[in-house]
Write a protein that binds this ligand. Sequence first.
Ligand SMILES: *Cc1c(COP(=O)(O)O)cnc(C)c1O
Length: 382
Amino acid sequence: MTSELSKIWLSSPHMGGQEQEFVNKAFEENWIAPLGPNVNGFESDLQEYIGQNKEVSVLSSGTAAIHLALVQLGVTAGDEVICQSFTFCGSANPVMYQGATPIFVDSEPTTWNICPKALEKAITDRIFKSKKPKAIIAVHLYGMPYLIDEVHEVASKYDIPIIEDAAESLGSTYKSKSCGTFGDFAALSFNGNKIITTSGGGALVSKDKASKDKTVFYSTQARDQAPHYQHSEIGFNYRMSNISAGIGRGQMLVLDKHIALRRVMHQFYKTIFSEIDGVEVLTEPSDDYFSNHWLSAITVDPKQTNGINREQVRLHLETYNIESRPLWKPMHLQPVFEKYPFYGSNVAETLFENGLCLPSGSNLTDDDRDRIKSAILEVFKK
Ligand SMILES: *Cc1c(COP(=O)(O)O)cnc(C)c1O
């Protein structure tokens, strides 16, 4: 029976319809390159959308964006960079690309993002034991803005730049300002599972035109001004193609609609779980916060659910061909990162143990929701 049910995905690409027109135009005009009108158009769409006079450069991935932020902040071998531990590896890997040392910091339980207290502890301890960290990578996980005022207060006290990892939070706001406009730099992602996709891609948000020009320079192999190919610095091949950017332009037309639909999914889960003890849905702590609810995520406390844990929920949904996934496994618990310093307690670890992401796509149907709801009610009835 199970095999006959179509798969309900956690988050799948959702095209609005006009993407192909932008892509076709690129073919008609033969702009099949990492430059062209869609690249410039997508960048100005994004700039207008996030506001605050930011400059946006579109790149091949969100990971590349974080990497180029580190390059521009002068992070090199031997430096230390603070990174939220509870995140996807794309936040932390670029620190390693630069030969620097990641210093991982725990989350706080309200937004699940970097804990300002643990952050300050990490900074003072690193200054005491080694040196001042060169940058802080703070993440708006699952679309939820981190404790922006508190985290930025600590960062400015020690004069350390912040790279916002806004890969999951395009369209989220804090006190009506867009995520991606608070830090010295911010990374966006348009990977296939994100709130909008270009099939694969990302962007770096920076403060001014000079920094944007630098990003473009580094992302196109650091070519000096000369008729021949001349290089005084090491560059990267990280620029977004005009084809991908065409998909992005089409996706910008439906972004707000998709956010509204993701928020419907969040409300759907809030309603279901309001009746079930021991399950919490990640929700904005106050009206200052607006999450795009890229993924709806829950924590399951087996002590309050007659022993039902998140893994039982996941496996039960799987029998109905419904995809769900544990929350990100913290970086300080990953084999590849476990030897690096970690500051905090067990907040991220507990979230990983008890947390689950549920189907959240903007393209889910009423039938999908019915199937998800009855599967959830069934597992908690046992
Ligand atoms: C997706 C993601 C990235 C990386 O983006 P890519 O475009 O896949 O390289 C970085 N950080 C977080 C939190 C992400 O979810």
